[in-house]
Design a protein around this ligand. Structure first.
Ligand SMILES: *Cc1c(COP(=O)(O)O)cnc(C)c1O
Length: 413
């Protein structure tokens, strides 16, 4: 339907088509009301500070004066609590419709803190294609503490249910999975975890609370690598957990201080600043990505596109029921082998060859030789992570320029 290099009019048609598929329409959930307002104002009242600063100050102090011995006001020591961090944690909680937010020095810092909820002899169920670093913590580190792990394909609920044992305590899943974009039915999984008294953690790094709110669907904890879309500017490494469960919050907050995996006040400021434009950015990432997915689907040098917002995705309907759209990250197969795929990447000028995702700039990578080398070869083959699979993190540049760039890459094959 759409040409390879859409002219102005074709692009307008793409945009119109796109707008008709997103938020509130065509089966997607509406965009969350008041989201941008909360991101900008919640917990940021200038009256909080003696200076009436409109932008929350970066408080770098490691320690705080006490009114007398053992008589602190709000803060004692910056590992246990910091004013700049508090602002960010409060706004994060609000954006997920949660009560409590906690931030960590990285996304994996958040994951390892969750692991701290378990003790030896406990069992946890983890998605079989979760983020490689998450898999490493659970599969390589946790097993040394006699914590038992089952890796399960969460698109098969019966398998998840069968994996529950008397010592199961925690269930960890991602949506959509990376790079295969498999979609989990969070509500159905949460019914299972509630019935069995298990803690459900959903890693929502790929969609952000603008597009999906797992707590509303029954998750107990939402986990983030803030490094990606939430900060959105590829200049901070940080993680977060959000929950509405007071007991879990108290335990996780204790661990945040006890394990010491806290972020710096400067990084908290940066992420808080990034959140101010999250709604705008996500709409643009989302729109650019679906336009590019459509372009790729029609391209003769593309074998297949895997994007949960495309009707060709096998779980498209399930995806729409839970979200307000997809972000900028998806995958596709080049028609060809590893050399063809490398040549395609070499021909690109705007898309930067790099790992990570979620920044304003477009990135591209080959998972089999970059992000997913830690996944054993047989398992990679099972998942479909072959050498001609490419993952894109579509940025917020002008989409015409991105498409012209991809065209230039395809000319190299
Ligand atoms: C990047 C990522 C992580 C790890 O976060 P870091 O900030 O790199 O430690 C965890 N989960 C997902 C889905 C990610 O993409």
């Amino acid at each position: 339907m759409f040409g390879r290099l859409p002219d102005e009019r074709a692009n307008l048609e793409l945009c119109k088509w796109y707008i008709s598929t997103m938020g509130d329409q065509n089966g997607y959930k509406p965009f969350p009301k008041g989201f941008a307002t909360a991101a900008i104002h919640h917990a940021q009242e200038p009256e909080k500070w003696d200076s009436l600063a409109v932008v929350p100050p970066i408080v770098t102090a490691s320690t705080f004066k006490q009114d007398g011995p053992a008589n602190p006001r709000q803060y004692e020591y910056s590992r246990s609590g910091n004013p700049t961090r508090d602002v960010l944690e409060n706004v994060l909680a609000r954006l997920d419709n949660g009560k409590y937010g906690l931030t960590f020095a990285s996304g994996l810092g958040a994951s390892v803190t969750v692991l701290g909820l378990l003790k030896s002899g406990d069992h946890m169920i983890v998605g079989d294609d979760v983020y490689g670093g998450t898999n490493r913590i659970f599969n390589k580190m946790a097993v040394n503490y006699d914590i038992e792990i089952s890796l399960v394909d969460f698109t098969n609920l019966a398998d998840v249910e069968r994996s529950i044992k008397p010592n199961t305590k925690l269930v960890w899943t991602e949506i959509p999975t990376n790079p295969m974009m498999r979609v989990v039915d969070i509500k159905a999984v949460s019914e299972l975890t509630k019935k069995n008294g298990l803690i459900l953690v959903v890693d929502n790094t790929f969609l952000t609370p603008y597009l999906l709110r797992p707590l509303d669907l029954g998750a107990d904890v939402v986990s983030y690598s803030l490094t990606k879309y939430m900060n959105g500017h590829s200049d901070v490494v940080m993680g977060a957990l959000v929950t509405s469960n007071e007991d879990l919050y108290e335990r996780l907050k204790y661990l945040q201080n006890a394990m010491g995996i806290v972020p710096s006040p400067f990084d908290c400021y940066q992420v808080n600043r990034g959140l101010k434009t999250l709604a705008l950015r996500m709409r643009q990432h989302s729109q650019n990505a679906i336009v590019i997915a459509r372009y790729l689907e029609a391209h003769p040098k593309v074998e297949k596109v895997i994007h949960p917002g495309l009707p060709s995705h096998p779980q498209h309907e399930l995806f729409k029921r839970q979200t307000s759209g997809h972000s900028g990250t998806f995958s596709f197969y080049v028609k060809g082998d590893l050399d063809d795929t490398k040549n395609f990447l070499a021909g690109l000028k705007l898309f930067t060859v790099a790992e990570s995702l979620g920044g304003y700039e477009s990135l591209i990578e080959i998972p089999s030789i970059m992000t997913h080398t830690s996944v054993p070869v047989e398992h990679r083959a099972l998942l479909g992570i072959t050498d001609n699979l490419v993952r894109l993190s579509v940025g917020i540049e002008d989409v015409d320029d991105l498409i012209a760039d991809l065209d230039q890459g395809f000319n190299q094959i």
